[in-house]
Design a binder for this molecule. Structure first.
Ligand code: CA
Length: 226
């Protein structure tokens, strides 16, 4: 899958402009009209980056950014804020909301995309859509996994699980963190399910001697160590 951008913007014309320019640049766009809708969407699936309008009906973009930063699931999500010209001075002072970059309206879509790319580079999110570690190659556009040039078949859940672990090598994920990120917070399943899918993934990797890359951290969770 291409890099996923969640756009939170109440003005339809700007959403349309963003959707058009980001789509043409090869990004997948999810749109939310309000912060409340965005929060619901985040429970289903995490994007790679978010563009948030400052002024929204209901919860403001700033409040949304603050909430995202406080939540372990979204604290590391790259955020770009859209601000209206003239209100800048006040806004810049309250930048402790935790956004990574901002762009002033009216903006040039080209500049926005350049900023987005730069931010993705800085935060280590996939840009070329290929992740390669320890002999395992994930093509995030086609969802294809190859090991030593050989294509291997995995289910969608195993794919997402491996993708998450490979994006954060050596980081230990607790089972509930894996559930939130791989299955989405809005689904209610038992933590045991994680173990089942880790087992499946190890079984798939075993013929290549890579099953040990997914390590159990006793009484905590799992980590990927190539
Ligand atoms: Ca607005």
């Amino acid at each position: 899958m291409a890099t996923n951008v969640l756009v939170v913007e109440d003005e339809p014309e700007i959403r349309e402009l963003l959707g058009f320019s980001l789509g043409r640049a090869g990004y997948d766009i999810i749109e939310a009209e309000t912060a409340e809708v965005a929060l619901q969407l985040l429970n289903e699936r995490l994007p790679d980056i978010m563009i948030i309008d400052w002024m929204l009906p209901g919860m403001s973009g700033v409040e949304l950014a603050k909430r995202l930063r406080r939540d372990d699931l979204t604290s590391g999500l790259p955020l770009i804020m859209l601000t209206a010209r003239g209100e800048e001075a006040d806004k810049l002072r309250s930048f402790e909301s935790g956004i990574d970059d901002y762009i002033t309206k009216p903006f040039s879509p080209r500049e926005l995309i350049a900023r987005l790319k730069a931010l993705l580079r800085r935060t280590g999110a996939p840009e070329d859509n290929v992740l390669e570690i320890g002999g395992i190659r994930l093509d995030q556009t086609s969802h294809r996994i190859t090991i030593n040039g050989e294509t291997i078949r995995v289910g969608p859940t195993e794919y997402r699980l491996l993708e998450l672990l490979m994006r954060h090598p050596d980081r230990v994920f607790e089972r509930n963190q894996l559930l939130d990120r791989v299955w989405g917070r809005s689904t209610y399943i038992e933590e045991r399910t994680v173990d089942v899918h880790v087992l499946r993934l190890r079984k798939i990797l075993k013929p290549y001697g890579l099953d040990t890359a997914i390590q159990t951290v006793r009484s905590v969770g799992y980590r990927f160590t190539p």
